[in-house]
Design a protein around this ligand. Structure first.
Ligand SMILES: [Zn+2]
Length: 190
């Protein structure tokens, strides 16, 4: 989906504020691969999947291990009370998949790879700021229920016509988000 003008400026502001940062893959432990939680969006999946294959090259040359958990809205649906699937308690179904994937594959790194503009979020009138809040809550929930697991938040932006069709995935910095949100009067994420 195309970003609106205000959404494009919002994303640009988040990047300039350091909330969305360039990904430093060597800082992420992917020796055993990664469990990737992402949206099913067929226009974005190849970009996100191929990014992860490329990012694992330093630690797993020629043998990427990308264990995908995909659904409409991706990590946004893993937050308690998420509106993304229009039914409540999707987290009760989705979050246990993390523990199962961890047990089956022995992978201890989870990447929450949200995106904008997400069609599933749009269907439920969920803004980009709300999506970010949902992704942060999803991270907290997954960590609470899976002792010792590492959860890394990423965010892909499809700039569409705003940047000649460019897609870019960023690391999402919670500390920078808290500063930005405070400045803009957005309540802190529990
Ligand atoms: Zn989506």
């Amino acid at each position: 989906m195309e970003l609106s003008k205000s959404e494009f400026y919002l994303v640009r502001e988040l990047h300039e504020a350091g909330v969305l940062q360039d990904v430093k893959t060597h800082l992420i432990d992917q020796e055993q691969g990664a469990i990737i939680v992402t949206c099913s969006d067929g226009d974005q999946f190849y970009d996100i999947f191929s990014q992860h294959v490329a990012w694992q090259a330093g630690q797993r040359p020629n043998n990427p291990r990308v264990h995908v958990l995909a659904n409409h809205g991706g990590p946004f649906a893993y937050a308690p009370c998420s509106p993304i699937h229009r039914v409540r308690h999707t987290d009760k179904v989705l979050v246990p998949q993390i523990a199962d994937a961890r047990a089956m594959k022995g992978i201890n790194t989870v990447v929450l790879h949200g995106h904008a503009k997400c069609g599933a979020a749009n269907l439920t009138n969920t803004s980009i700021e709300q999506c970010i809040a949902l992704q942060m809550r999803a991270k907290a929930t997954i960590k609470k229920l899976n002792h010792g697991i590492v959860v890394v938040p990423f965010f892909q932006v499809d700039y569409g016509a705003w940047k000649n069709g460019e897609k870019h995935s960023y690391f999402f910095s919670r500390p920078e988000w808290e500063i930005w949100a405070c400045k803009h009067g957005i309540p802190s994420i529990a």
